[in-house]
Design a protein around this ligand. Structure first.
Ligand SMILES: [Zn+2]
Length: 423
């Protein structure tokens, strides 16, 4: 399929039709050069995959560098220089008043960039990543380590960390598309002045580095290279924050209810039914927490997040306040012994109740019915694992084994969405 007027055609797969678009998928955020309808000979997609910036290590006083080939270093806007390092030996890096100290070499102050000679030939704290490293001073001799890596290279160790090793190729491909979209959306909407886009853990997506890649994850990323999920009128599709979670429990949550995001069609709730019932947490057994423990966790969460719950009295009862149209709770009403009532959005409630869970009792999801007992709260009729918004991984695996393609899986997870190839 070609779109000769633009030089590079964008392949679009849509439930409603298959066609080509001049993609505005990146929110006019400078990822794609402008040119749609203006310069018909302008290439509208970059040749390579865009770079994302991943925070690997946070506020460290020291890290160890191991290289199997001599990397190139640059401090601030200074000259790049090759640094000869003993091969395979861990070299400590510190940030001192005089600047960077890499083994015996003292370099100047400022941001330090390390460009491996060969992709993956430099490891930080014994873990090798593709792309380059930036070391950013934080003050007090501490620094962050950030990995600038092309999004598809990044995904090769995200997809493998997010799914079971023996899951279906089509589930892996669906996950690659969704994780790519999520990463690019977060990257393109990052606040100005931030040094990184993504955490390397569940706060964004779990990223393990080269040793975490598998043949299956590499193949899934390569097979879907450059493909994202988007939404909008024909020709004006935009990417969105393509969430995913482990198990929806039969009803997905909208991103608006789960995260307070603006309402959006592709991230609205859906009534799925028992498709992901193979998940061990499709139904979960009742959990009991004493009111005293519920109170302690809510106060602690409130204090950590500066929410009114920090001052809640002894919790007396918990009720569902609102459900979505398919009966999944979207907010809870917590009443304390003084009669004060707190309306808590569903995912805030789950995070609050899972704060400092020293006894190991945690809520797998916010999809349950609370029952108030004299001294405790019983969480009954529990379904699902995770926030439940967007792609359900267990649903994806079920669909893949039933013969659905990765395109069908992704388009089904995000209502009225379209697949677009952007690089
Ligand atoms: Zn599901």
């Amino acid at each position: 399929m070609k779109f000769p007027a633009h030089g590079i055609g964008l392949r679009v797969f849509a439930a409603r039709s298959t066609r080509l678009v001049c993609a505005a998928v990146f929110l006019a955020l400078s990822f794609l050069p402008s040119g749609c309808g203006q310069n018909q000979n302008h290439a509208i997609a970059p040749a390579g995959a865009p770079i994302v910036r991943v925070l690997l290590l946070d506020n460290r006083p020291r890290v160890d560098l191991t290289a199997t080939a001599s990397p190139t270093l640059r401090v601030g806007a200074g000259q790049a220089r090759r640094l000869d390092l003993p091969r395979g030996t861990a070299i400590p890096i510190f940030y001192t008043d005089a600047g960077w100290k890499v083994g015996d070499s003292v370099l100047g102050p400022g941001e330090l960039t390390i460009e491996p000679e060969v992709d993956g030939s430099v490891a930080v704290n014994a873990r090798a990543f593709r792309g380059r490293y930036r070391f950013v001073p934080r003050g007090g001799g501490k620094f962050d380590v950030i990995n600038d890596v092309d999004v598809d290279a990044y995904l090769k160790s995200v997809v493998s960390k997010e799914l079971f090793w023996n899951w279906h190729d089509e589930a892996y491909r669906a996950q690659a598309i969704v994780a790519r979209t999520y990463a690019l959306y977060v990257s393109r909407t990052a606040s100005e002045g931030t040094n990184f886009d993504l955490f390397s853990d569940t706060r964004s997506q779990v990223y393990g580095g080269i040793s975490a890649e598998t043949a299956k994850s590499r193949s899934a990323v390569d097979a879907t290279r450059g493909m994202v999920v988007a939404y909008g009128p024909p020709g004006q599709e935009k990417i969105f924050k393509a969430y995913f979670s482990s198990c929806c429990g039969g009803v997905t949550q909208s991103a608006a209810a789960a995260f307070g995001d603006p309402p959006s069609v592709p991230l609205s709730e859906q009534n799925i039914g028992p498709r992901c019932s193979e998940s061990p947490r499709f139904n979960w057994a009742p959990l009991v927490m004493t009111k005293r423990e519920v109170t302690r966790r809510m106060r602690l969460w409130g204090a950590m997040n500066n929410q009114p719950e920090k001052g809640i009295g002894d919790v007396a009862r918990i009720d569902i306040r609102t459900n979505n149209r398919f009966g999944r709770p979207t907010s809870f009403l917590v009443t304390d012994a003084r009669g004060y009532r707190y309306s808590v959005p569903c995912e805030d409630f789950r995070h609050a109740l899972n704060t400092d869970a020293t006894d190991g009792v945690t809520l797998p999801s916010s999809f349950f019915q609370p029952v108030t007992e004299p001294t405790s709260i019983r969480f009954t009729n529990g379904h699902g694992f995770g926030h439940g918004a967007g792609l359900c991984q267990w649903c994806a695996q079920h669909q893949a084994t039933a013969g659905d393609s990765h395109e069908q899986i992704v388009l089904g997870a995000f209502p009225h969405s379209t697949l677009v190839q952007v690089f």
